[in-house]
Design a protein around this ligand. Sequence first.
Ligand SMILES: NC(=O)c1ccc[n+]([C@@H]2O[C@H](COP(=O)([O-])OP(=O)(O)OC[C@H]3O[C@@H](n4cnc5c(N)ncnc54)[C@H](O)[C@@H]3O)[C@@H](O)[C@H]2O)c1
Length: 261
Amino acid sequence: MSVLDLFNLAGKTAVVTGGARGLGRQMAIALAEAGADVAICDLLEEEGQRATAEIVALGRRAYFGRIDVTRTDEIDAFIEEVVARLGKIDILINNAGMPSDGLALLDEPEDAWRRMLDTNLSSMFYLGKRVARHMLDRGEGGVIINMASINALVISNIAPRHNVPYCVAKAGVAQLTRGMAAEWAPHCIRVNAIAPGTMLTAQTAASRKNPEIVERIVANTPMKRYGEEEEIKGLVVYLASPASSFMTGSLLVMDGGTTIW
Ligand SMILES: NC(=O)c1ccc[n+]([C@@H]2O[C@H](COP(=O)([O-])OP(=O)(O)OC[C@H]3O[C@@H](n4cnc5c(N)ncnc54)[C@H](O)[C@@H]3O)[C@@H](O)[C@H]2O)c1
C-alpha cells in the first residue's frame, strides 16, 4: 500500500466526543476529510449542529447528539442512535473535557473535584467500554484515541491559577489508555492518547486573560507560541488510520517543545 493510502479512512465511521468546537471540531473535520463518516456529541447544541453541517458539506454522513458524557443513560442512547444511522463505529475519539476552575487544592470543593474526574477521565471509561464492546461484537477491531494533555506528565506553572485536579484526571487518561490498549489488543482494538501542550481554544481562555501567565507559557515553550487548533488534524488521522498500525498504548506529545525543559 502506498504511504498516502495508509491515511485513507474511506468507509470508516468515527465518533468524536466534545466535537462541537475547538480540538474536537478540528479532529471531526480531519477524519471526514480523510474519508470517514462522523458522529459528534457535545453539550453545545448550536455549535454541534454547525460542525455536523461542515462534515456533510465535505460529502460525508454525519450525526449530532446533544448528550452529557458523564451520563451513561445518554451515552447508551447516543451509541444506539449512531449505529442505527451510520451502521457501526470503527473509531472513537474520547475528546470531551472541561478546563480547571483555577483553584488551589486547599480551596477545591469536593464536588468540583468529582465533576472534574467524572468529565475528564471517567467519561472516557464509560464511552470506551461501550464502544469497545460494540467493536468486539462486530469482530473487525477498531481504534480509540483518548485526549490526554502534557498535564498527564507535568503540573502547569500557571500561578496565581492552579490546575491539579485537571492534571490528575489527565494522568489517569494516560494510564486508562495503557490499560485499554493491553486488554483490547487481542481484539485488534488499538488505543492511544494525544498529549497537546497549550492550545488556542476556549479551554485556555481564562488563563490567557492574565498576560503574566501567557508570557510564562510562551517563555517555557521552545517554539515560543501556543498551538493552533488545526495543528491537531494530522496527528489524529495518523492515529486513527493504518498509518499507525503497530502503535498502541502510546502517549503522543504535541507541545511545541514545552516538556523538553
Ligand atoms: N486547549 C488546550 O490547551 C488543551 C491542551 C491539552 C488537552 N486539551 C484537551 O483537549 C480536549 C478538547 O478541549 P478544547 O481545548 O478543544 O476545549 P473546548 O472547551 O473548546 O472543547 C471541549 C468540548 O467538550 C465539550 N464538553 C465538555 N464537557 C462535556 C460533557 N460533560 N458532555 C459533552 N460534552 C462536553 C464542550 O462543550 C466543548 O465543546 C479536552 O479534553 C481538553 O482537556 C486541551
